[in-house]
Design a protein around this ligand. Structure first.
Ligand code: DHB
Length: 392
């Protein structure tokens, strides 16, 4: 049976960042994923990196391309009641900012570096199962892309296999508590070939529902608008999509720039946390343990924070067998997870249309937006939570 110190299930942000951080500390890892590499490298997700995530990419040695191709944003715009309000992130946080660089580009950089270092990462595996987490020898079994049955003996199994992964389910139901919130809407996302409409991201609250004007590159733009949770992307004509985005974002001389829509998808909206994030020899990181709604783009950054805390804990464990940090991993990670859950829920609740909650709630929502744009403490809290806190 093959052996490694940390067997990592999932080659998404949590799994790959963890693998790189552990490798830098001299710890042997193997990474498997049931998706082909090409799928991982093309799935469209959010594109906002906190400074701590950028710092982690540099620590791993893969920060060059994101500095070259990513865009630094020093602020963003909240648009409601027909007016725009700029949140000056850098001025409000003592110099911090965010970097717009798509998640799949982060993954391309991490995969390329892993392969260049000659380290084990296997795509397109099937029938993955995990064993021996409560005692004895942990192992991961799977069928590799060539159809060969494989077994990998590990000291620790890291479940980085996302919300629909198998690792979380390996924790007995009686030993975990799951917290769920499903929102009664989704996001209709598009990629359009057009120049940027705005220098900074625009989060818009409108009576018709939320809209977000983001960007990908000087020639490709990412935009979203709130839609029914079961909306079918192909049911919309391009003209109808632009009408909806125009209605929710235009005003005071502003209008989004139109162009051919080259990709579209509907994003589900949920909040989810599994506690604890460790069971015996199994640790969870990223979406396997928690999901945030996309508003504020925290998912990848939260996965990076998990990987940071977990790598430190595992380094101590493999250095001298001390389990103190590993024992503390779940509580340490969950503290940040719940804060970010609050932030993502807060952004979502301030900016979306909630049918059936009445005129009182709409007024309350506008008052909250007034608080976070019209007062210094409000702006500061929003800016500090948007740019994110250091990982450790
Ligand atoms: C993007 C997504 C988000 O959820 C967000 O808050 C900002 C930007 C994006 O995909 O660009």
């Amino acid at each position: 049976m093959a052996r490694t110190q940390v067997g990592i299930v999932g080659a998404g942000p949590a799994g790959l960042l963890l693998a790189h951080l552990l490798h830098r500390r001299g710890i042997d890892t193997a990474v498997i994923d049931n998706r082909p590499r090409a799928v991982i490298e093309t799935i469209i997700r959010a594109g906002v990196l906190e400074q701590a995530t950028v710092d982690l990419m540099h620590e791993i040695g893969v920060g060059d391309r994101l500095v070259r191709e990513g865009a630094v944003h020093h602020g963003f715009v909240l648009r409601f009641a027909g007016a725009s309000h700029r949140i000056d992130l850098t001025a409000l946080t003592g110099g911090k900012y965010i970097t717009v660089y798509p998640q799949h580009e982060v993954l391309k950089d991490l995969i390329a570096a892993r392969l260049a270092a000659g380290l084990d990462v296997r795509f397109g595996v099937r029938n993955t199962s995990v064993h021996g987490l409560d005692g004895g020898r942990p192992s991961i079994r799977f069928t590799d892309a060539d159809g060969q049955a494989q077994a990998l003996e590990c000291d620790i199994v890291a479940g980085c296999d996302g919300f629909h992964g198998i690792c979380r389910e390996a924790i007995p139901a009686a030993a975990r508590t799951e917290y769920h919130r499903v929102y009664p809407f989704g996001w209709f996302g598009i990629l359009a070939e057009a120049p940027p409409s705005s220098d900074e991201l625009i989060y818009a609250r409108h009576a018709r529902g939320f809209a977000l004007v983001s960007t990908r590159s000087p020639t490709l733009q990412r935009m979203y608008f709130q839609c029914p949770p079961d909306e079918r992307p192909e049911a919309w004509s391009e003209a109808r999509i632009w009408d909806e985005l125009d209605a929710r974002t235009q005003g005071a001389g502003f209008r989004v720039k139109h162009g051919p829509i080259v990709q579209r998808n509907v994003v589900a909206m949920r909040s989810f946390v599994c506690e604890p994030m460790r069971h015996g020899r199994l640790v969870l990181a990223g979406d396997a343990a928690h999901v945030v709604p996309p508003t504020g783009a925290k998912g990848l950054n939260l996965a990076a924070a998990d990987a940071f805390v977990l790598a430190r804990a595992l380094a101590a464990y493999f250095a001298d067998g001390s389990e103190a940090l590993l024992d503390a991993y779940s509580a340490t990670a969950l503290r940040r997870v719940w804060r970010v859950q609050h932030f993502s829920w807060w952004m979502t609740s301030m900016l979306h249309r909630f049918d059936g909650t009445g005129a009182f709630d709409e007024r309350r929502q506008l008052a909250e937006l007034d608080l976070v744009t019209g007062t210094e403490p409000g702006r500061r809290l929003l800016a500090e939570t948007y740019v994110g806190q250091p990982f450790g």
